[in-house]
Design a protein around this ligand. Sequence first.
Ligand code: ADP
Length: 446
Amino acid sequence: MIEKVLIANRGEIALRIHRACKEMGIATVAVHSEADRDAMAVRLADESVCIGPASSQESYLKKASILAAAEITGADAIHPGYGFLSENAQFAEMVEAHDLIFIGPTADHIRTMGDKIAAKQAMIATGVPVVPGSEGGVSSISEAKKIAKKIGYPVLVKAASGGGGRGMKVAQDEKVLEIAIQTAKTEAKAAFGDDTVYLEKYLGKPRHIEIQIIADTHGNVCHLWERDCSLQRRHQKVFEEAPSPALNQAQREEIGTIVARAVKKLGYRGAGTMEFLYEDGKFYFIEMNTRLQVEHPVTEMITGIDLVREQIRVADGKKLSFSQEDVLLVGHAIECRINAEHPETFVPSPGTITDFHPPGGPDVRLDSAAYAGYRIPPHYDSLIGKLIVHGRNRNECVMRLRRALDEMVIGGVNTTLPLHRRLVEATDVIDGTYNIHWLEEFLGLD
Ligand code: ADP
């Protein structure tokens, strides 16, 4: 039985996990770098252990230090959050080899899904529609040219080990294919230590729609509907909503059922997200994330299900606390990612938060570990919070989001709040008629 969880992460997600644990009567251990001594999760956790200097390589990515902290504090389980070691198969294996519970899927599933080529093949085998492209990695330019000709230009060169939008290059025609492959390979090698790349048809105006699933070890799999994460900058999500304004109930039930069936076939355990591009009424699988997503709260708001609680329950061998018929879809939810960045140039803005006033009122949720006087360290991701609002319908949700954004004050550093205030006034956002390129066009970045 899980009685003490070590949280192997930082920032808002560390706090989110702490909150779920407390509500379950589970003790928490926060691990932190020297730069995060004053972090909110460290203050609130039952115990905390400093695991190294500011550099993530020396702290949040240092597997041995995290395991040692678990051993010293007598934790039974480790929750990896998102990013850092959350999709590191070797870490999952090490956790289990130390007789600890990894709150996530098996190392094998993490490994398969972490290799985008293997993931696509697994999806084809389970009947999930994928983006047309090369069957595996491309080994030569002449082979790539042949495949690209067959699928039709433009094509997208993608890194097999890719993540965070890195190692991805569009080739509009054959003339630029070679250079696109070389650039993608160099970027992938530097970022992931693996320069395997593959080709996909480049979709011109798709939406990014992903399906949340959760599975227990008793053969129960549920989907929790979709999230629309089409508002992106540099392939990174900025604003997410559920349900998608582009789907009707029959479509969401159909894709949810396909995904849940595939996940059951895979014998998957824990929470996961299948990401799709959606264009002209068709879904195309792009990847599966084997962890909790940043944007999970929008799903929690429309279903009333605490995903972190369920993750902990299934990791502990318990059954899901609900069945598919119990998964409600009530109203509409939107999340804004608030980063400490300049709202136009997106230059990170670390520093001290001088004023902090969270919005409140009905159906407003703020997942943030920030507070007045908090010093944002320059060493990590610039996400400082997520504002999530719920409404009985999309219109009410947008109106509520506008007033919540107006109430919110973060002083002392630049944030992306002004960008979100502009977004909720934009006609295409109000109407829900945007695709993955819309935001960059809106920002004049294309
Ligand atoms: P990463 O793991 O690096 O985030 P993904 O495969 O999840 O990469 O893709 C990230 C984003 O890149 C998608 O949400 C979409 O905006 C864009 N993208 C990926 N594949 C395609 C494609 N075949 N055509 C057009 N855009 C794509």
